[in-house]
Design a protein around this ligand. Structure first.
Ligand SMILES: [Zn+2]
Length: 338
């Protein structure tokens, strides 16, 4: 059993403080019960001290909250930021550029799978395919490149951020969720400013400068659409604002708050209503088109219920739109940081 040394340290400090506090309270020397209790605590600490391994080689840092779940994260400070390189290049591109050979040590069995994400929870990354030596951790919704190492049925070989440094190691397969599609990334730059949360935020927000290219995830019929509503006699761009949607395999995909469409003319004149609009809504379709997967379909904007330039990317059941899906189950955005 490994116990976080910080926990051990804090636990001891807390216990000794407690003993001190009890002793201070016990100014009455006749208070035998309290004395007995202090003795009991001391005995407990003694036992705890003996039972905790004293390996100093493994120093866990202070726990860092995982990214996501509706909170805003500033890109430079977040320790899980993928940095300038981790997602900008695929492992194959890195190898070609001579930066690193991600396949070293696992050839000839490994093949690159795709960018995946970590299932809920924190998992140990191991040094070897079958060993128990830890070399780091991955946390819930952290994104990792996954290689299928056929020499091991139980673990994937992954590329992950080991406290800010790109690293490679093995993780139990249960830790990894693999997106179900081979969709293109809807956006390849920016940072996730708000994550999906079941029952809460219905999509993933990627903050990016106005005009940043938004791409079709797959080659199906898309619609450029404008979402308006009337409030006190004035027409506003509301909710998704200028947006594009498509339906693929029973899933409706929405790219919202755009400034421009590649097909059709987005509305750039109406004022955006910056709260949720619940009045009578009106949606007009200005173009229907079928892009290639990965082709530019529009640009990031700040239209409708939005408070800054970003792409709101949403996936939901096309026949029951109140059922929202986690976009990561379809595509995990390479090139986008937290
Ligand atoms: Zn959003």
């Amino acid at each position: 059993m490994q116990i976080n040394p910080l926990f051990k340290k804090q636990g001891r400090k807390g216990a000794y403080s407690f003993i001190l506090a009890i002793n201070l309270m016990t100014s009455n020397k006749e208070d035998v019960m309290k004395r007995k209790f202090v003795s009991l605590v001391l005995c407990f600490m003694l036992v705890l001290g003996l039972s905790i391994p004293t390996s100093a080689a493994f120093e866990m840092p202070v726990e860092i909250p995982p990214p996501g779940y509706g909170e805003q994260y500033s890109t430079p400070e977040n320790p899980f930021n993928f940095g300038p390189r981790a997602d900008k290049m695929t492992p194959e591109q890195e190898k070609a550029a001579g930066i690193v050979d991600p396949f070293a040590g696992i050839q000839p069995f490994a093949t690159v799978e795709k960018l995946c994400y970590i299932a809920g929870g924190s998992y140990t990354v191991y040094s070897t395919a079958t060993g128990s030596t830890s070399k780091g951790f991955v946390s819930s919704r952290e994104r990792v490149w996954v290689y299928n190492n056929n020499s091991n049925a139980n673990r994937y070989y992954i590329r992950f951020l080991n406290y800010g440094t790109i690293d490679y190691g093995y993780v139990d397969k249960a830790a990894v969720k693999i997106p179900s599609t081979s969709w293109s990334a809807p956006i390849t730059t920016g940072s996730i400013s708000q994550d999906y949360s079941a029952g809460g935020h219905a999509g993933i927000d990627v903050a990016a400068p106005a005009g940043t290219q938004v791409n079709a995830v797959t080659s199906v019929s898309h619609r450029s659409r404008i979402y308006t509503g009337v409030l006190n006699g004035t027409t506003y761009l509301v909710n998704y604002g200028n947006y594009i949607d498509c339906t693929s395999g029973g899933t409706q995909v929405i790219y919202a708050h755009l400034s421009k469409f590649t097909n059709g003319t987005a509305n750039t004149t109406l004022t955006s209503y910056r709260s949720r609009f619940t009045g009578t809504e009106s949606i007009s379709t200005v173009a229907t088109f079928t892009p290639s997967a990965g082709a530019k379909i529009g640009e990031v904007g700040n239209t409708g219920w939005s408070s800054g330039n970003h792409l709101h990317f949403e996936t939901r059941n096309a026949s029951n739109i109140s059922t929202k899906y986690d976009p990561y189950t379809y595509v995990v955005f390479p090139g986008v940081g937290y």
